[in-house]
Ligand binder design. Structure first.
Ligand SMILES: Cc1cc2nc3c(=O)[nH]c(=O)nc-3n(C[C@H](O)[C@H](O)[C@H](O)COP(=O)(O)O)c2cc1C
Length: 251
């Protein structure tokens, strides 16, 4: 039985979750960011999992983009493990609807509460989520090994979200305080950041993952002009390094 686990992550919550889970269920890990150059992705596994952060009750754009290129040679057992800080919203129905365009359906949608990398939880809540991460992953295993199936069919159209396409609707910008280190260029999963005259310039094909903001070593990148999160503190999962996230484009 072959299981493949596709993972997308900007600050490590989903990467650590997928890494732990892949060992427990004996799955091969594939990084979503590394598939962007492919025009087609042939998938012949018996079980396929997707681990990613919830954005606006939706999946990240790179996950959506990848699925539109997937060709399933059989009808695998398909599951998601979405990491989120508060509420996963309609991500399961959106994922099921997208998978149906590829001739398959979502079998099981699971979730894992983790620290927020956009809006902010109470520090004690985030500490608890981190401390309980491994136990919470363990708690997902019975449903996965029983291959539970649930119905996520949407009755009617599902509302579009700003991240159904790649665009910089949040107005993420780099300022003159940029030191030109190129870290944002290396972690951007969309290859949407360039260095021009030694300064980062953010293009308009942004997935809003906030990797550029969180991994910037200075205060050069605005993640949003929204008042309550404009200059929130930087976050990354304590077990994940800059190289781990930058390296996801190559594996
Ligand atoms: C643009 C954006 C939108 C988000 N929207 C939601 C949301 O709708 N619900 C939620 O609970 N968390 C939301 N989050 C928080 C992330 O899902 C959560 O922190 C996730 O675990 C980060 O995963 P990562 O470390 O693998 O990147 C959002 C984060 C970002 C960057």
């Amino acid at each position: 039985m072959k299981t493949t686990l596709y993972v997308f992550s900007a600050t490590g919550n989903s990467l650590t979750t997928a890494t732990i889970l892949s060992k427990k269920i004996n799955a091969e890990l594939v990084c979503v960011a590394s598939t962007r150059a492919l025009s087609e992705i042939s998938e012949n596994s018996d079980a396929v999992g997707f681990v990613f952060p919830v954005y606006y009750g939706n999946m990240p754009y790179p996950v959506r983009e990848m699925i539109t290129k997937m060709k399933f040679s059989q009808k695998p057992y398909i599951f998601t493990v979405a990491t989120y800080r508060g509420h996963a919203g309609d991500v399961a129905r959106r994922m099921d609807a997208l998978l149906k365009t590829r001739g398959v359906t979502l079998s099981l949608s699971l979730g894992l509460p983790m620290p927020g990398n956009s809006f902010i939880n109470k520090p004690e809540t985030d500490r608890q989520y981190l401390a309980e991460q491994e136990a919470n992953i363990e708690a997902l295993l019975p449903a996965l090994s029983a291959k539970e199936i649930r119905d996520y069919s949407a009755d009617g159209a599902i509302k579009e979200t700003p991240i159904d396409t790649a665009n910089n609707f949040r107005g993420i910008t780099a300022e003159d305080t940029c030191i030109g280190c190129g870290r944002c260029v290396r972690v951007c999963p969309m290859n949407n950041i360039t260095l021009t005259n030694g300064k980062a310039v953010i293009g308009d094909r942004c997935a809003t993952c906030l990797a550029c903001f969180h991994w910037c070593p200075v205060e050069a990148i605005w993640m949003s002009k929204q008042e309550n999160i404009a200059r929130r503190s930087k976050y990354h999962h304590p077990d994940v390094t800059f190289e781990d996230i930058a390296g996801m484009k190559n594996k």
